[in-house]
Design a protein around this ligand. Sequence first.
Ligand SMILES: Nc1ncnc2c1ncn2[C@@H]1O[C@H](COP(=O)(O)OP(=O)(O)OP(=O)(O)O)[C@@H](O)[C@H]1O
Ligand SMILES: [Mg+2]
Length: 513
Amino acid sequence: MPGQESLKTPSLGAVVSVRGSVVDVRFDEQLPPIYSVLRAGDKAQIVIEVLAQLDARHVRGIALTPTQGLARGMAVQDTGGPLEVPVGKEVLSRMFDVFGNVIDRGAVLSDFELRSVHQAPPPLARRSTKSEIFETGIKAIDVLMPLERGGKAGLFGGAGVGKTVLLTEMIHNMVGQHEGVSIFCGIGERCREGEELYHQMKEAGVLPNMVMVFGQMNEPPGARFRVGHAALTMAEYFRDDEHRDVLLLIDNIFRFIQAGMEVSGLMGQMPSRLGYQPTMGTELSRLEERIANTDTGAITSIQAVYVPADDFTDPAAVHTFSHLSASIVLSRKRASEGLFPAIDPLQSNSKMATPGIVGARHYGLAQEIRRTFAQYAQLKDIISMLGLEQLSPEDRNVVARARRLERFLTQPFFTTKQFTGLDGKLVSLEDALDGCERILRDEFKDYPESALYMIGAINEAKGKSKPGPSTAEPKSRAKADLTSAAKATPEPHPIPGAKPQPTLEHAGDAHES
Ligand SMILES: Nc1ncnc2c1ncn2[C@@H]1O[C@H](COP(=O)(O)OP(=O)(O)OP(=O)(O)O)[C@@H](O)[C@H]1O
Ligand SMILES: [Mg+2]
């Protein structure tokens, strides 16, 4: 075990109190500095990180392991160093916990260097300032909120709107093409998902350039609080020592904030707004600031952000927003309509979406798509009160375009094939832009809306069904097996031709808001 090697300084202390994960320890000789790792228990299995020096004799720390069996008066050993994780080429293709122990049942590491998980962010002078687009192959993202190479993107959403699915799809699409190293960090989410991802990556053959680090929901708050730092330390090694580009994927950064909140109360701090810790801003920026580009390599990061109760004004969400260069907001309403990925284009944004970076054509198109969606959102109220017939022909056209765009921006995913029965599609930016442009030019006015639903490039709509409301051919039954959400709502219709196509008039009536 790497952590045990540093058991050298003899400074011994004794437990004064244990409150859940927070442990107070008295040291009579030398007080361990902040971030020191202490060990207790008969096999030194209980690990505590010092977070505060209470007075000249006492420190308060947070346990990174369960504290069962820890009692007042028990001896505590100061290891004389901070929490360290292994870095180096050997960590590739392996799976770790917060202590840097391998958890994939493989052989223990032999050739590695240990590095403290607490590092300073790169100084401003070393940061790189070039802006480059990072293509994901997902239409809605590449067109409307392009990601930045070396940037930080957030996938925001409440429970069960598709954050993990979208993140996994991005891993699937990008890890293969990405020449650098990918690091996946699971914080406080389901253990099952970690296990599944590991096997998916193994099957896809991308594991040799990947590292996984997990501190999942079954682990104590201390472990969830530090696992992000552990993953970042490995990422920094590849960026700074090997000069490689790193893709850092985090599911879920909210759980990091939540772990901080869990310990903060026990540490005796007064809660701030909504019970969050007063130090949330500092804790988050200490982690986020380390995710940076330098002239030698870039860390591109994609982070899922759970939004409690779908409230985007929640302090945790607001703080996270401020660190990101692109925010992708997933909406429950879209998910319930079966419009996956459930990205809300009007709430999402990217600082890369400027004409200087994406070019005039792409920028103009993205603006026009947003305008169409915004007009549609305004017209929805009128439609639900008066019906589509009351709209002017002009407005009806806007609605038709917006609904076709909405459907065209859905996409079947490789990672959801088991439950949608649809083959995944990777769409180039050029194809995605082309499709949107042609829809905006009303080229697909006579096609049923469902012809554009869950396709890849726009030409597939032509193969899928011909213009005219009733000429669509029924497709195989397998495709009917979409998500239950998609089935529950009358439209968008996953099976072209199985029911009469939703004409614009029906569609307007059916629309509830
Ligand atoms: N692109 C998609 N295509 C089809 N179904 C999807 C898609 N994205 C999400 N779903 C459906 O939504 C469900 C929940 O997705 P997911 O687990 O990604 O949510 P989540 O936001 O990560 O939730 P949690 O906050 O609980 O972690 C999936 O099991 C699937 O049924
Ligand atoms: Mg999830």
